[in-house]
Design a protein around this ligand. Structure first.
Ligand code: HEM
Length: 294
């Protein structure tokens, strides 16, 4: 793979900056995930997901995040291929350096994180994009009173609807009522009654385009996914690979940016380990909790 003609050091600086950005993203993502553990019937988690899904600043960040992720993968894979090409014959003397041993596994732990992301997007993110079916939730006030439905109701009460419009309106109202009855009879309301949750794709199809704000129900999706021990174990194994990737990633980023110094190197090394372990344990807490305590 040929990289555009930018100096190798600029590429390394770009990888370092992007890497540090991804490290901060992981901390935020982990914080949001930990809301899943709060015994509040998913209230905090749903609020956080709703905010992340609707806030415009976050939407811009999402574009930056994906650009960063893609840039990170392309540049690091290309650099690795260049390294392999530059040194096709292995040295006879195995390296005794701890750092170089760790850095050699970066491409493999990175590959595992990539595999994780592919699986993870199919499990969660692609539902948001409508590429995969999942579970859905609707804010109760949206189900009851979308602005379009209200306008039609006003027109209906004032006798302003044509017979065809009347027939459509009645079908739509029946679909909404059907949803409310299902929510009531199957206990799909959240404790605070603000959400109807745990809806299947079949449940929401009849009201699509009628009620506003149908969102993925990531809370129930996470509980369903990690209720399956095979998925939990796969996720846990990949979190270990993520931790190893992050330990070296952080040290390497600091070095590239010239922020290392003999005086602080021990601190940076320790900090990288602590950060990576906190991230891995924080993410692992969700599947472990669901596997053993739910
Ligand atoms: C138990 C662990 C995890 C759970 C339950 C989880 C859950 C989720 C959910 C629900 C979304 C969609 C959020 C939305 O778009 O509103 C998401 C997106 C995403 N996750 Fe995770 N995640 C976990 C671990 C990870 C890890 C370890 C990484 C990185 C290595 C990661 C990277 C991403 C990325 C890049 C996105 C897309 C960007 C975004 O929507 O913010 N996730 N995750």
């Amino acid at each position: 793979m040929n990289l555009p003609k930018i100096a190798s050091i600029s590429r390394k600086i770009l990888v370092a900056c992007v890497g540090l950005f991804l490290l901060v993203f992981l901390l935020v993502h982990m914080g949001i995930n930990l809301c899943l553990l709060r015994p509040d019937d998913g209230e905090w988690y749903s609020i956080a997901c709703n905010f992340m899904g609707t806030n415009y600043i976050i939407k811009v960040f999402e574009v930056v995040l994906f650009a960063a992720l893609i840039a990170h993968i392309i540049i690091t894979v290309a650099l690795q291929i260049q390294n392999w090409k530059a040194r096709p014959v292995r040295y006879h003397q195995p390296s005794k350096s701890k750092t170089s041993a760790m850095s050699k596994t970066m491409i493999w732990t990175g590959g595992l994180v990539f595999v994780f992301l592919a699986l993870h997007f199919v499990n969660f993110y692609f539902v948001k994009l409508g590429l995969v079916e999942g579970k859905y939730m609707i804010q109760t006030e949206h189900a009851l009173s979308s602005s379009e439905l209200q306008a039609k109701y006003m027109a209906y009460t004032q006798g302003k609807l044509s017979p065809e419009e009347m027939a459509t309106f009645q079908t739509e109202m029946e679909a909404v009522q059907g949803l409310m009855i299902k929510a009531e009879s199957e206990g799909l309301y959240s404790d605070d009654m603000k959400w109807i949750r745990n809806l299947s794709a079949e449940d929401v199809k009849p009201v699509e385009g009628i009620v506003e704000g149908i969102e993925p129900d990531f809370y129930n999706m996470a509980f369903e996914l990690f209720g399956n021990k095979v998925y939990s174990v796969i996720y846990l194994i990949l979190f270990v690979a993520l931790a190893f990737h992050l330990i070296h990633a952080m040290q390497s980023a600091f070095q590239t940016l010239g922020l290392n110094h003999n005086k602080y190197n021990k601190f940076i090394e320790g900090f990288s380990w602590v950060y990576a372990i906190i991230i891995a344990l924080g993410f692992a807490a969700v599947p472990v909790y669901i596997m053993f305590f739910v």
